[in-house]
Design a protein around this ligand. Structure first.
Ligand SMILES: Cc1cc2nc3c(=O)[nH]c(=O)nc-3n(C[C@H](O)[C@H](O)[C@H](O)COP(=O)(O)O)c2cc1C
Length: 204
């Protein structure tokens, strides 16, 4: 528990990366495995993670991301893709919970009906869920990276249509946020001070 709190207090946005230090495919896979432990509504898992790792892919991403240097300096940049919520995906997504004996099979239809009542024919809500799921996945990835001794930096400075075009996103997919990950240099600022908690908290 103390480790989790320490990670929350220590994590900072890494802007400057040591361009000579790479990460392995195993590290990339582990980061995404941990990121997908984040919760999603109905366990929809309506996300996809594109790890931009090769020099060519990094150059293509940088060209549609405000020429931000971290994309080529960081070891890898993830395009965190949210998928429009679609209740028809749920039986497949819930099957492992049923097989594990966690969830009675008869409950699945009820969850599908609940999801349909929220999302069917409601593109705005489908998109909200895409953004929520991808955001929780991104946040979990920050802390996984921190625990693995890596810095991370979220980026919204990109052209969404350009990213979708360059990296083949589907009609139902939203590039929610980019997350650079790599070894930070000592010049990075520590976490910046936050607004006082009493300015942002209402206990009602
Ligand atoms: C959604 C989001 C988008 C961001 N976009 C960018 C970006 O495009 N470029 C950049 O340099 N920093 C970007 N940042 C970094 C923020 O400026 C940084 O997280 C904030 O100043 C807090 O820093 P700290 O967590 O180190 O205290 C973004 C952060 C978030 C959460």
């Amino acid at each position: 528990m103390a480790d989790v709190i320490a990670a929350i207090e220590e994590r900072r946005t890494t802007v400057l990366y040591d361009g000579t230090r790479d990460v392995s495919d195993e590290q990339i896979t582990e980061l995404v495995r941990l990121a997908t432990r984040a919760p999603t509504a109905f366990n929809l898992q309506n996300w996809r993670f594109i790890a931009v790792h090769s020099p060519d892919a990094k150059a293509r991403l940088r060209a549609v991301a405000w020429d931000q240097a971290k994309i080529t300096e960081a070891a890898v940049t993830f395009i965190i893709v949210g998928q429009m919520a679609d209740e028809t995906t749920l039986p497949d997504r819930l099957a492992p919970a049923v097989q594990a004996g966690l969830m009675p099979a008869a409950m699945v239809d009820g969850w599908v009906a609940g999801a349909a009542s929220l999302y069917a024919g409601q593109p705005w809500r489908q998109r909200d869920e895409a953004v929520r799921s991808a955001s929780f996945g991104a946040a979990t990835l920050f802390y996984a990276a921190h625990a693995m001794g890596l810095g991370s930096g979220p980026m919204i400075g990109f052209d969404p249509e350009g990213v979708a075009r360059e990296f083949g996103l589907g009609e139902n997919e939203v590039p929610v946020v980019l997350v650079a990950v790599g070894y930070g240099t000592p010049e990075n600022w520590p976490q910046k001070p936050r607004r006082p908690v009493q300015d942002v908290l209402s206990i009602v």
